[in-house]
Design a protein around this ligand. Structure first.
Ligand code: PEP
Ligand code: MN
Length: 337
């Protein structure tokens, strides 16, 4: 952190600001110019609120030279993180290919989709048992019954399961049964829940909030990591923009930006981004080409009758055709699928 003082600040005022900085446990490096004085703050500034210094009448501005996140920061962890999801590696060249219905509807439905997805090359199965719906009158998911269906299909087909946790009420049961715990866009800043995820042994798929900046999103990951669980995968799922033709706007720039800023894998969800099945294929291909560490795609055997998000779901045959193309793109960018 660098503190710029107002022009011609007196020595007495410089000493006061210096004292304030030191009272926060930081050291100082003072540079005196002919007009301006700047003070470099040395030490761990992550827990210091820069606004506090702006309160002093001699301070002109406070500038950050370092991001407020430490554990997720590439600067302190140059190697790519590889997250192990019950034996499936994600990151550093290993792609996560997560496929399945938006919602668990029945055992037969999930089983049929899971078998097809696996045959096409998917390495994880998704399916919502607890659904965060905008309307309280919409299908809310099968809850624990849905979770048991997912577990039964996992045992039958042999794919790790990914499903959303909405409430800490089910933290223990998810910790026991779910291979990759999804935190949905709407809960990205549920700080209490994030802190509790530090205690679970399972890796976390952290979706980007509907209007979260990169920094807010990485800080949400930092919450989980600081609480003790460093196994976090970030998931871009489209953000709210002025465009209303698509459900959200897929921010593919998030891939290179986050690869530069953090060491955590970045997975793309083209289904919730576009909200239309025919946007999934081009966006999935672009995501892998741009360096994504995986995809999470909604696949439904009968999308016309889906209880949730049928319009953005691929039929198994379309998913299969997409996977064949993705294998080739992955090869070009040096990743294994
Ligand atoms: C989902 O993946 O089922 C979901 C609800 O996604 P999001 O939280 O990104 O809206
Ligand atoms: Mn969905």
């Amino acid at each position: 952190m660098i503190i710029v003082l107002k022009p011609r600040t007196t020595e007495e005022n410089i000493a006061r600001v210096e004292h304030l900085i030191k009272s926060k446990g930081l050291d100082t490096h003072i540079v005196r110019g002919s007009e301006m004085t700047i003070i470099g703050c040395i030490g761990d500034t992550t827990a210091v609120d820069p606004k506090l210094f702006e309160v002093d009448s001699s301070v002109d501005k406070v500038m950050h030279v370092q991001e407020p996140y430490k554990l997720a920061n590439r600067a302190f962890h140059p190697e790519n993180s590889v997250i192990d999801v019950s034996g499936v590696k994600v990151g550093d060249g290993h792609l996560a290919m997560i496929a399945g219905p938006c919602s668990v509807e029945s055992y037969e439905q999930v089983l049929e989709i899971a078998k097809a997805a696996k045959a096409s090359g998917a390495n994880m199965l998704r399916g919502g048992a607890f659904k965060p719906r905008t309307s309280p009158y919409s299908f809310q998911g099968l809850g624990l019954e849905g979770l048991d269906i997912l577990c039964a299909v996992r045992d039958e087909v042999g794919l790790p399961i990914v499903t959303e946790l909405m409430s800490d009420k089910y933290l223990d049961v998810f910790n026991e049964k779910v291979d990759l715990i999804q935190i949905g866009a709407r809960n990205m800043q549920n700080f209490d829940l994030l802190k509790q995820l530090g205690q679970v042994k399972r890796p976390i798929l952290l979706k980007r909030g509907l209007n979260a900046t990169y920094e807010e999103w990485v800080m949400a990951a930092e919450y989980i990591m600081a609480a003790g669980n460093e196994n976090v995968i970030l998931c871009e799922r489209g953000i709210r923009t002025f465009e209303s033709f698509t459900r959200n706007t897929l921010d593919l720039q998030s891939i290179p930006v986050l690869n530069r800023k953090t060491h955590l894998p970045v997975v793309i969800d083209p289904s919730h981004a576009g909200g239309k099945w025919w946007l999934v294929e081009p966006m999935a291909k672009a995501a892998v080409a741009a360096g994504a560490d995986g995809l999470i795609i909604e696949v439904h055997n009968n999308p016309e009758c889906a209880l949730c998000d049928g319009a953005q779901s691929l039929k198994p045959a379309k998913f299969d055709a997409l996977m064949k193309q993705l294998v080739q793109i992955a090869q070009v960018v040096g990743k294994t699928l």
